[in-house]
Design a protein around this ligand. Structure first.
Ligand SMILES: CC(C)(COP(=O)(O)OP(=O)(O)OC[C@H]1O[C@@H](n2cnc3c(N)ncnc32)[C@H](O)[C@@H]1OP(=O)(O)O)[C@@H](O)C(=O)NCCC(=O)NCCS
Length: 171
């Protein structure tokens, strides 16, 4: 079996566990998103109730990375039976570049394949070069023949759309 990035870089015998998210993880996961910088912003969908609603669909695609009792990484997958999406990938700043995002994505892609998904997509904020480098080295290709478009089905508007000068999407 090929040694994973995590196994190569973890010198302290720590066991990295990729696990399904549970609501008890919410505060830790929200912190990871808050620490994620401009690449991950918390929107109305990401509050406790929004996350609970997500668990009504494909809860097994909402993954966390655990080291001991700490939650050090998170990713949300979605599959509607047709398209597969990857959302809100974030790793605790102190644990980046050790293969944790790779381990989360390996597991998420395996679970998506098992459900029959043929392709996974994600949205990367303009200027998030680290995320771009991460997804590119996993084989994700930039598809600039489409433009992301979205409509909030509530009155809430993201700050960057309030002056209607920008139209980029968020993951
Ligand atoms: C993007 C992010 C999830 C990557 O997590 P990570 O655990 O550090 O990634 P990995 O260690 O698995 O990296 C795997 C490979 O991705 C690429 N990569 C990761 N971080 C990189 C960086 N800062 N610069 C260049 N390449 C990078 C490298 O090829 C790396 O392999 P290597 O370390 O052997 O060179 C993490 O930086 C993060 O949480 N960023 C803030 C939130 C965010 O932007 N999320 C993405 C939303 S779309």
């Amino acid at each position: 079996m090929t040694e994973s990035h995590w196994e190569r870089t973890s010198s302290r015998g720590e066991e990295l566990i990729i696990d399904t998210f549970s609501l008890a993880d919410y505060e830790a996961v929200a912190r990871l998103w808050d620490e994620g910088g401009p690449g991950v912003s918390r929107r109305p969908t990401d509050g406790f109730e929004g996350v609970r609603l997500k668990l009504s669909r494909d809860p097994d695609l909402f993954l966390v990375a655990r080291l001991g009792t700490a939650v050090v990484g998170v990713v949300i997958g979605g599959f509607d039976g047709w398209r597969a999406y990857v959302y809100h990938l974030a790793i605790a700043p102190a644990y980046r570049r050790r293969g944790i995002a790779s381990a989360l994505m390996d597991e998420l892609e395996a679970r998506l394949r098992a459900k029959g998904a043929l392709k996974a997509k994600c949205q990367i904020m303009v200027g998030n070069d680290v995320s771009l480098a991460f997804f590119r080295q996993r084989g994700y290709e930039i598809e600039d023949f489409t433009v992301p478009a979205g409509k909030w089905l509530t009155d809430w508007r993201p700050e960057e759309l309030q002056d209607e000068t920008q139209t980029t999407g968020s993951d």
